[in-house]
Design a protein around this ligand. Structure first.
Ligand SMILES: [Mg+2]
Ligand SMILES: [Zn+2]
Length: 177
């Protein structure tokens, strides 16, 4: 017998909506100063304060969803298998700390190779998360370190929160109620 997954559960159309914090990966969750394209799980390093911040946001009632451009797949600097292996490693690291990333959306395209509708600054990956997890955009946030992230957040109707690349993530905690 097949397990019932989240998507198959009937939802109450008038039920309360969730709040979420969407997070960029490179420069926000992971340190990208040494490796611009993460091809191996052993090269993954979390930025300072990531564990504490994600735990705290989770305790404040936010779903956590990661949204990342991985154009290196299209340009040949990386592969789908590598990206997914790095993501499994990241999910495991966080799970051991009691942190659940509800979903990871990544765009494997790059405009130099093929156009797409998902690469940030397009908001499509955010919109997928909003719809799938019944999220109230106005009470949700997108933490990013680039203009592309800010633009994607604004287009999706969530509040963009800009951080310095590879800084201490705890700085966002006063900016997200
Ligand atoms: Mg980034
Ligand atoms: Zn794409």
């Amino acid at each position: 017998m097949k397990d019932i997954t989240i998507e198959e559960k009937p939802h109450r159309p008038d039920g309360p909506k969730n709040r979420a914090v969407f997070l960029d990966r490179d420069g926000v969750i992971t340190d990208n100063s040494e490796h611009y394209y993460l091809t191996r799980p052993e090269d993954l390093a979390l930025n300072p304060g990531v564990i504490e911040t994600l735990k705290e946001l989770q305790e404040r009632g936010y779903l956590l969803i990661m949204i990342t451009n991985q154009g290196g797949i299209a340009t040949g600097s990386n592969t789908v298998e590598n990206v997914e292996e790095v993501h499994r490693h990241l999910l495991g690291l966080l799970r051991r700390e009691g942190i659940t990333l509800e979903e990871i959306y990544y765009c494997p395209h790059h405009q130099d190779v093929e156009a797409c509708l998902c690469r940030k600054p397009f908001p499509l990956m955010l919109e997928k998360g909003l719809a799938r997890f019944r999220i109230d955009a106005e009470r949700s946030y997108f933490i990013g370190d680039s203009d592309r992230d800010m633009e994607a957040g604004e287009s999706a109707g969530v509040q963009p929160v800009r951080v310095d690349a590879n800084g201490d993530l705890r700085n966002v905690l006063q900016r997200i109620p």
